[in-house]
Design a binder for this molecule. Structure first.
Ligand code: BGC
Length: 250
């Protein structure tokens, strides 16, 4: 079964049809720049545009960069404040005429990794962390998602706000070398391990591309197995589509 997966990000909104059995994209994905300001109305128009582009009718899964409960955005650190309290599922359903499920972006990426990627067949505690504009987290116990963990907002023992200190955005904005950035990520991982003791940590986001992991992964030392994400750019789309598929089956 092919489902439409949509990944809503700060700079782009990407959509593709995904084969829910294999996690593969059925055709090329389409990326539309995120409208500015990214208000609920403007974003829902893009979601409708993507649905029309793929000439799609059916369940849609959307990944969104905020805590989502029952389709409603709870906090909005890197998105327009108008999203707080907005029922994104109802809004997108109205705009597309399709049933829509919306989940946190890191949760979606994690669902993709535990189903088709680096966390496949793991029946222990798996933590997916995404490093981008923010730090997203997704926790899985025996393949079961514990949603909305928001571990990017932890404070480190040094007092630093983890996301402001160690996201990929900090590396870019502060022009950090890979090894200086890796020291920050290490401080974060050490703290997260102290709190949760995961068995596997999957590093996702733009930094999970092979040519990037070569620059820092060997500098990190964790008790858990530490591996890069396998689905990289597509993880949000694939995870969101799979999540919508799984909800249909439930
Ligand atoms: C948000 C999370 C999101 C993460 C990655 C954080 O600022 O609070 O909900 O998963 O950024 O986009």
């Amino acid at each position: 079964m092919d489902l439409l997966g949509i990944d809503i990000g700060g700079s782009g909104i990407k959509g593709a049809l995904v084969n829910a059995e294999t996690g593969a994209l059925v055709a090329d994905r389409l990326r539309i720049p995120t409208p500015k300001p990214a208000t609920p109305k403007a974003v829902s128009q893009v979601v409708a545009q993507l649905t029309q582009h793929f000439d799609y009718q059916g369940p849609i899964g959307c990944a969104f960069p905020a805590r989502m409960k029952g389709g409603v955005a709870q906090i909005a650190t890197n998105v327009d404040k108008a999203w707080i309290g907005t029922n994104a599922e109802a809004l997108f359903a109205k705009a597309t005429g399709c049933p829509v499920v919306v989940l946190n972006d890191a949760d979606a990426a994690g669902v993709a990794e535990v189903t088709f990627g680096a966390g496949r067949d793991r029946n222990d505690l798996v933590l997916m962390l995404t490093f981008g504009t923010g730090i997203g987290s997704a926790l899985f116990a025996d393949q079961r998602l514990i949603p909305n963990t928001e571990l990017g907002h932890l404070h480190l023992p040094s007092g630093q706000h983890a996301e402001s200190y160690a996201a990929d955005r900090a590396r870019k904005e502060e022009d950090l070398s890979w090894s200086d950035w890796a020291k920050r990520v290490q401080a974060y991982l050490t703290h997260v391990e102290f709190l949760l003791d995961p068995d596997l940590i999957v590093m996702g986001g733009g930094v999970s591309k092979p040519k990037r992991t070569a620059k820092y992964l060997h500098l990190l030392d964790t008790k858990a197995e530490l591996v890069p994400a396998q689905l990289q750019n597509e993880a949000g789309i694939v995870g969101a589509a799979y999540y919508a598929f799984a909800q249909q089956q439930a």
